[in-house]
Write a protein that binds this ligand. Structure first.
Ligand code: ADP
Ligand code: ASP
Ligand code: MG
Length: 466
């Protein structure tokens, strides 16, 4: 069992697969119980049950196409899945099945009301989407709080909308400073009373109380925000792998555990597609130098990975490789660019106007190439850019990134990264000023080969990764 300083506050965040059903929730309760028995003060942040956020978003798409009864049917299935989990705790002492089932039913009834009006209007607003998407965490957190009680851990369910105050940028809400006061008011008293506060991740509300979400994978971010506001001594992200691995295990089967890495390395890995951690998670933790641990719910005795302020400085050339598939490359060319003062500003203003963020950027005197994760606005963007430059859009591309603090110290590593890719055609190559990553953009078809080559070159030899 992972331990931290006795008496300190530990924020434990459990991902969707960790709360996929009743046996998983019991496992989580045992992990939390062991920490409490150890003398730790624990606050729990939980994701929606596995697959629920996707299912909820699918109901929104159905309703927006006018399929009201199909959307309602899908909500019934989601409700049934939650009620089934609740029912399996029927014989547990200290678990008020009736009250909990009523809460689940009420939440689903609210969703049905929202979706029925969406089906009539045939339009879903970002605000409506957030209201529906938030239901997954609102329900899983209520259930987990009850499961903790039934396992003998005194818990207190907290509505995330009272604890996390955000902007009204629905779908990607920005946490506001008022969150500190909200956490002091809503979460802190539970800890002081010797209870385990349980709060859904990913979800917040505006100052006016309108439900928002932090964006996909945002529960990690919630955990870090609450950890920072509580002055936690550690943030633990419990998931379905042993920690941060040298590559996504679904892409490179031989990926190995990285026991220690720096905040900067973790931030770059998350940014470049290591989905194990939400990219923003690191920020609140860095600000207060709170270590973040990644642990496996299925194997809690394993050491996991720890992310700290200091670089591990153990001489390994890279810490891990990451990839992001399905990106779109936009090439903008202007023969007048060299002379045209403000050209790049004009280019980026177009992306800004369409609220589309750009990941990798490379420039030459006459052109600038950019990758986009989210290309939903690409047609409008292309049209605007075409007003002052020639534009070419390529879909089906991917980003592969080699990350490690050592890239700063040893320039030969960057050369070795490119050399390891052999003759794979590279569309863009970039090394940012941080020099903690070497990033290439290539065709999506070449991702597996690129990842295998890099992993083979840098991690196959025993002893490279501690
Ligand atoms: P959770 O539901 O717990 O938030 P996620 O699915 O968001 O879990 O993240 C865990 C998954 O991240 C792993 O199952 C793994 O497939 C993927 N992953 C991608 N890159 C890495 C990496 N470098 N190390 C570990 N896991 C990774
Ligand atoms: N449930 C949300 C999602 O699937 C947030 C999370 O799990 O972190 O994106
Ligand atoms: Mg996640």
């Amino acid at each position: 069992m992972a331990m931290s300083s006795v008496g300190g506050i530990v924020v434990m965040k459990f991902g969707g697969t960790s709360v996929a059903g009743a046996p998983e929730m019991e496992r989580v309760a045992r992990i939390v119980s062991a920490a409490v028995v150890n003398g730790q003060r624990v606050a729990v942040v939980v994701s929606a049950m596995a697959g629920v956020t996707d299912a909820l978003l699918a109901t929104c798409r159905l309703a927006a196409r006018g399929h009201g009864s199909a959307a309602t049917g899908a909500i019934e299935a989601i409700e049934a899945r939650h009620l089934e989990v609740v029912a399996s705790f029927a014989r547990s002492p200290g678990c008020d099945i009736q009250a909990l089932s009523d809460e689940i039913r009420r939440e689903c009834r609210d969703l049905t009301t929202v979706l029925s009006s969406v089906a009539v209007l045939r339009e879903i607003t970002p605000r409506g989407l957030d209201r529906v998407a938030a239901a997954g965490e609102l329900m899983s957190s209520r259930i987990l709080a009850a499961v903790l009680d039934s396992e003998g851990v005194r818990s207190r369910w907290i509505d995330a909308r009272r604890a996390l105050v955000t902007s009204d940028a629905f779908g990607a809400a920005v946490p506001l400073d008022a969150t500190r006061d909200a956490v002091a008011r809503e979460i802190q008293p539970a800890l002081e009373a010797g209870e385990v506060p349980v709060v859904g991740g990913f979800v917040g509300a505006t100052e006016a109380g309108i439900t928002t979400t932090l964006g996909r994978g945002g529960s990690d971010y919630s955990a870090a925000l609450f950890g920072a506001a509580l002055g936690a001594s550690e943030i633990q992200i419990w998931t379905d792998v042993d920690g941060i691995l040298t590559a996504d295990p679904r892409v490179v089967a031989e990926a190995q555990l990285v026991e220690r890495l720096s905040f900067d390395e973790a931030a770059e890995l998350a940014y470049f597609g290591a989905k194990v951690l939400h990219p923003s998670t690191i920020l609140p933790a860095v600000d207060q130098r709170i270590p973040v641990k990644i642990l496996n719910t299925l194997r809690p005795e394993r050491p996991g990975s720890v992310i700290t302020a200091e670089s591990a400085a153990d001489g390994r050339p890279l810490v891990a490789v990451a990839c992001k598939r399905n990106v779109t490359v936009v090439n903008v060319t202007s023969t007048r660019m060299l002379l045209a003062h403000g050209f790049l500003r004009r280019v980026f203003e177009v992306f800004e106007r369409h609220a589309t963020s750009v990941d990798v950027v490379t420039t030459s005197e006459v052109s600038v190439s950019m990758t986009l994760d989210d290309d939903r606005r690409i047609e409008a963007i292309e049209r605007e850019l075409s007003g002052f430059a020639s534009v070419q859009v390529e879909r089906g591309m991917a980003i592969v990134s080699a990350v490690g603090d050592n890239l700063r110290r040893d320039p030969s590593t960057a050369v070795a990264v490119i050399a390891a890719l052999g003759r794979l055609p590279l569309r863009m190559v970039s090394q940012a000023a941080s020099r903690r990553n070497v990033t290439v953009v290539l065709s999506d078809e070449d991702v597996s080969a690129a990842m295998a080559r890099l992993h083979g070159e840098f991690f196959a030899a025993a002893g490279v990764v501690r």
